[in-house]
Write a protein that binds this ligand. Sequence first.
Ligand SMILES: [Zn+2]
Length: 262
Amino acid sequence: MRLFSITDTPPRRMQDESPTSPYPDTPFDVASPPRREFKARGSFVVRCESCNLPRLNCLCPYRVQAESRSRVWLLTHPIERYKPTNTGRLIRDVLPDTEVFTWYRTAPDERLLDLLADSRYAPFVVFPDDQEGYADRVVGMDSVIEHRDAGRIPVFILLDGTWRQARRIFRRSAYLADLPVLPLVTDRQTRYRLRKAASSDHLCTAEVAAELLHQAGDDRAAEVLDDYFEVFNDNYAASRRHAKPEEPTPAMRRLLAARQGG
Ligand SMILES: [Zn+2]
């Protein structure tokens, strides 16, 4: 099985799956969005207002946009949305047409419903195929290509959260129930270092998007996103030591060159 979401997290959050989870089953509603609970940590550090990383580790000089024939829509769990280690936001930096929706169990996003009803798009829910009850909906990347060749815009809907959160979103969102399910099939191992993954097979959200783009033939977008993710990964890790990455990495050099039109 290949999960597409990181099964979290810093050690103090490893209890997410336990009965004593700090997050009750109905964690939030629209009226009370989660507080920005991570703000306190490291709040003495001056942060870039754009990328929210410490100034020393600002990601902005490496932000490069790319074109892709496929799109990504993120359905982000409210807890995940405010985590600075979330990689979903990197996707929108690279692919400006990326849509980001916060998932609330009781209130589907109206804009998302409108987009799902728009026949220009061919949406696919990216989710593993090893769970019960939806085998008839499972498709492969060939189906993505077919829709694209027929003139529609393929959309990868990524459920952005821990595995447990993603499963909840998948099971409890009626508007996803008729969509084809696209499992990510890959041997790629995660390079994400900011959270402890249960297995190196568990890719984080940006890595999943990069792999899907690659498989769908949007190689340039996949490469840029991969590089940008790597720079985020390195810079964020360095920021925990209040340091800067020592040398520009190859990924940094490629992105800087791309920004200069190289
Ligand atoms: Zn910045």
